[in-house]
Design a protein around this ligand. Sequence first.
Ligand code: OGA
Ligand code: NI
Length: 343
Amino acid sequence: METKIFRLVNGSGPLSLTPKYILPQEKRPNLSEITILASIPIIDLKEPSALVVEQISKACEEYGFFQIVNHGIPVELCDKMMAVITDFFELPPEEKAPFFTTDLTKQVKLFNYFVKDGSQNKVSMWSECFSHPWHPLDDIIHLLPQNPPQYREVVAEYAKEIGVLMKRLLSLISQGLGLEKGCLVKKLGEKPILRAQGNYYPPCPDPELTLGLNVHTDLNALTIVRQSEGVTGLQVIREGKWVAVESIPNAFVINLGDQIQVLSNGRYKSVHHRAVTNKTQKRVSVATFYAPSRDAIIGPIEDLIDEQHPAVYRKYHYSEFLDEFYKQEGTRRLVKEIFELKY
Ligand code: OGA
Ligand code: NI
């Protein structure tokens, strides 16, 4: 296998574990405490749909995360998607530089996450991320990389398939809540914000000192993640403990974002997760997100509220949620708490 040397877009030489990356003690991952026994549920989409609905509903209530197999997206296409994003990250820094920005509102952006330590100093994450819309693509396709040469066409093809899978999952999740199939898609609005994010985690000399991606919940509604085969790194909180998400051939990891937690009035969970680094292998993931329209009104769905289940959240425009999110850059306080109703 060809081994390329990964270089950060804005780094000077090969990546090294300088103080800039070293987390304060209380933010380090404590890798010896990870549970590998109780991983997240694996759901076979070829099973009868009533069973699938039930399994997904249970997974959404108990874990906020699950993996799917037999999802219908060709493995070759997924492999191509992983290959083009990997090739992009492994370009020389000067070729990636035009995509680099610290302006998080840009449509197409290559960036590095950071967290703030106790003294408000920035500690960089051991990763690089590339984010852009996956639909509609026509307006922005000319802004996407031309190197690797297949990048644009592979993204377009992958996006088509992901669009179908997103709708299918939102329908299954709606049914799990006892709602009509189209309910969630309708609530999320006519112009959902649909973005993709590639995450590149180079091998790290000491994974105990760094994180690839800080602890967070996804702010959107639904996330579909494709990850490198044979390497773990994604971890989710389950009953107060960190659980590693297994790498399963040709599976997708699905997780709920904050908006489904709110729409379901807290019945389904948007769960904290993080990515840890690895001493020997790089890891790559592609997350595709489904978020509400900016003007969608998000709040607990009326059919899910009654005397026993009073609304836990107030209604808001999704744009308000986004504003709060951007204010919290580098800290990732729980945005959804701001929208909780106090009785
Ligand atoms: C994300 C995310 C997980 C991963 O991009 O929000 O959680 O495995 N990614 O890279
Ligand atoms: Ni995430």
